[in-house]
Design a protein around this ligand. Structure first.
Ligand code: UD1
Length: 427
């Protein structure tokens, strides 16, 4: 297994190209199940999770071609074609590797009237139930059975009638599944208190391009008028706002100056607001965002929340940055119950962080020091890379398969702006 070796202290400076959004891609790919015609996605990031999801799609009879692009280019173009669905079963072996596999449930049910998907199980950041995915589909008229670790969803003869569902908790994945199931329902479906993350807007925009009828895009109340069939489309995946935010933290912790080429400021206002309060200069135009940090970093109090609040996926990276602030910050994680796994590792690098339940108290320290560290999830791993960039001496980050799931060519992008980082085989 590979590891990253990072020698901290270099001030980052230059331009980092921002990739297509992983979380968006993971909900756009299963949309191909909704039509017989080809769906072409541009700007797909090259990531282990995306490869895994494409592989899962072949299970249902989806063919994919990767036209044209040179392997060294960022952003991949993939055409997915589900002329005929040959199976509507997502087996445990494929689902357990990737929680997002649950996102095939809605589109398979919508297209074929049935879907059998393995329950994804727990993950490092918490219990992560899927009850809301199932309740929304039931509200649309699906029958749900749970047996032998599988969810079996079926629609009445003639397809899903459609219906209304009011989410008791905002859920990104459950909203995505519900929208993908509703677009081919016989009637109209309404979702209240739906998630309105930019990735959901991206999903709705692709579906509209495929002929779906959706009202309220970008709001928490969505009305979806089912249509008989959908057509194919060509669509560009939005920029990854979490990747952009992560590199903004990386630049800031080194007192650097970096342009995030392709990032969209409008979709990451809460992160940019937090960075400005920390003392980072942020400017944006329609092609990207510039961040610059040459003064002292200030402590802040932050709380994660559903969009448009501060993304839970930015919590760990901002925490690393706050380790170098002049004073004490308080962070509150309101989305997942177990998302402070990076704290003990950051403390091993000289940070001074205490947690109590969902609150973390981060006392700024004069210096961080390199250490051997490893993390248990994607964003936690990135927080260690960020800390390492500012730490004295060498840090070794192990278990980097987490990073490969979500950051396209991480070390290459950081090298572009002057980081001393390399990937080596683990001993
Ligand atoms: C998605 C993102 C993940 C991000 C998260 C929150 C993808 C592939 N992943 O995950 O990176 O951290 O949104 O922004 O897009 N919940 C339930 N029942 C359910 C579903 C969720 O109780 O059926 C709870 C969860 O336990 C959690 C909260 O709702 O406390 C939000 O989770 P959700 O928005 O569903 O996260 P994911 O879609 O899994």
């Amino acid at each position: 297994m590979d590891k990253l070796i990072i020698r901290g202290g270099n001030r980052l400076s230059g331009t980092i190209p921002i990739s297509g959004a992983k979380n968006s891609a993971l909900t756009l790919i299963p949309c191909a199940l909704l039509t017989e015609e080809p769906v072409t996605l541009r700007n797909l990031p090259r990531l282990a999770d995306i490869d895994g999801f494409q592989h899962l799609m072949t299970q249902f009879g989806v063919s994919h071609t990767i036209p044209g692009k040179r392997p060294e280019d960022f952003g991949r173009v993939v055409t997915l074609e589900a002329m005929r669905i040959t199976s509507s079963v997502a087996p445990y072996d494929l689902v357990r590797k990737m929680r997002a596999s649950i996102l095939v449930l809605g589109p398979l049910l919508g297209r074929t009237g049935e879907a059998t998907v393995s329950l994804p199980g727990g993950c490092a950041i918490g219990n992560r139930p899927i009850d809301l995915h199932l309740k929304a589909l039931e509200a649309f008229g699906a029958e749900i059975e749970l047996a032998q670790g599988y969810v079996k969803a079926s629609a009445p003869d003639g397809g899903l009638p459609g219906g209304d569902f009011d989410f008791p908790v905002v859920s990104v994945g459950a909203t995505e599944n519900a929208v993908m199931a509703a677009v081919l329902a016989n009637g109209t479906s309404r979702l209240f208190n739906a998630a309105r993350e930019p990735e959901i807007v991206d999903l709705c925009n692709l579906l509209v391009a495929m002929g779906a009828e959706i009202e309220g895009i970008g709001t928490s109340d969505l009305t979806i008028h089912g249509v008989k069939t959908l057509n194919g489309a060509t669509y560009k995946v939005m920029a990854d706002r979490i990747e952009a935010g992560s590199y903004a933290c990386a630049a800031a912790i080194t007192g650097g100056e970096v342009r995030l080429e392709g990032a969209c400021a409008e979709e990451m206002q809460a992160t940019l607001h937090a960075l400005r309060n920390i003392g980072v200069e942020v400017e944006s135009d329609k092609h990207g965002i510039d961040v610059r940090a040459d003064g002292p970093l200030k402590p802040v109090n932050l709380s994660t929340a559903p969009y448009p609040g501060l993304a839970t996926d930015m919590q760990a990276q901002l925490m690393s940055l706050l380790c170098r602030a002049e004073g004490t910050s308080v962070l509150k994680e309101t989305i997942f119950e177990n998302r402070y796994m990076h704290v003990p590792e950051l403390n091993r690098m000289g940070a001074d962080i205490e947690t109590e339940g969902r609150t973390a108290i981060v006392k700024g320290v004069g210096r961080l020091t390199g250490a051997e560290v490893m993390a248990t999830d994607l964003r936690a791993s990135m927080s260690l890379v960020i800390a390492a960039l500012a730490a004295e001496g060498e840090t070794q980050v192990r278990r980097i398969y987490h990073l490969d799931r979500g950051y396209e060519r991480l070390e290459e992008k950081l090298q572009l702006v002057g980081a001393d980082i390399e990937r080596v085989g683990d001993d």
